[in-house]
Design a protein around this ligand. Structure first.
Ligand code: NAP
Length: 248
């Protein structure tokens, strides 16, 4: 029996990149996975690919995590479709980079609404179910930028630092119900998000990574799968950096 047989997982931002790899890794361990992303085509394609490898394991849901009412509705639908949710992975995230001097209010709001309020929305929507589930887990995908900051990313950095504070407070609130809540803080991982960076910036970043290379989506998915498993039952309120040594 795999470690997540009979478990139901929700992965936001599961349509591409890190989230898709997390959804696939949880399915590989036997979980039924709700793959949530903004666009129906993105989560639909990801679910199709996961189902090709692990038949019947993935279901796609197109929902904007920043939309509080839509996320409440999503929780109801997933409950009806897949049953009791055991694992919630808050991975949906965006960047709208620019120096603070030039940052528009809209760029601040959109990033905070997706990266931070999105996690508030999903935890609110799923917490009652999680409190009654077996081996309940919340795993938030933060970023090293939430730990050390970055010029040109005040909005993103604040959202991820906020997500880390949220993780610890949720961990304390829900510990009495044995719901664990942890954050994973990726360093620079090869995905659409980092592909956008100019080559000069990529080279500058690599020079600051002790292990000397960008990470891969699998590096994050492995850690999330462990945190989601029954083996991680005594870990809560932690931030695990998976960053090639950047923040040591
Ligand atoms: P990505 O390739 O850009 O994929 C982001 C995913 O999030 C997409 O599936 C997207 O949906 C979804 N999403 C965005 N806004 C959403 C919303 N409002 N509602 C629902 N879904 C939404 O990003 P990634 O690089 O895999 O990053 C995943 C997470 O890891 C993010 O939280 C990011 O901040 C964090 N992270 C990434 C890195 C890195 O180096 N890549 C480093 C540190 C932290 P669509 O596919 O429908 O557009």
């Amino acid at each position: 029996m795999s470690s997540l047989t009979n478990k139901v997982a929700v992965v936001t931002g599961g349509g591409r990149g890190i989230g898709q790899e997390i959804a696939r890794a949880l399915a590989a361990q036997g979980a039924k996975v709700a793959v949530v992303s903004r666009s129906a085509s993105s989560c639909g394609k990801a679910a199709e690919e996961i189902n090709a490898a692990f038949p019947g394991s993935a279901t796609a849901y197109a929902v904007d995590v920043a939309d509080h009412a839509a996320v409440q509705e999503l929780a109801k639908t997933i409950g009806e479709d897949l049953g009791t949710v055991n694992i919630l992975v808050n991975n949906a995230g965006i960047t709208r980079d620019g120096l603070l001097m030039r940052m528009k209010e809209e760029d601040w709001d959109t990033v905070l609404d997706t990266n931070l309020k999105g996690a508030f929305n999903t935890v609110k929507a799923f917490m009652r179910v999680l409190m009654k589930a077996e081996d309940p887990r919340i795993i938030n995908i933060a970023s090293v930028i939430g730990l050390i900051g970055n010029a040109g990313q005040t909005n993103y950095s604040a959202s991820k630092a906020g997500l880390i504070g949220f993780t610890k407070a949720v961990a304390r609130e829900l510990a009495g119900r044995q719901v664990t809540c942890n954050a994973v803080a990726p360093g620079f991982i090869t995905t659409d998000m980092t592909d956008e960076l100019p080559d000069a910036i990529k080279e500058a970043v690599v020079s600051k990574i002790p292990l000397g290379v960008f990470g891969e989506t699998k590096d994050i998915a492995e850690v999330v799968t462990f945190l989601a498993s029954p083996a991680a039952r005594y870990i809560t309120g932690q931030v695990i950096a998976v960053d090639g040594g950047m923040t040591m």
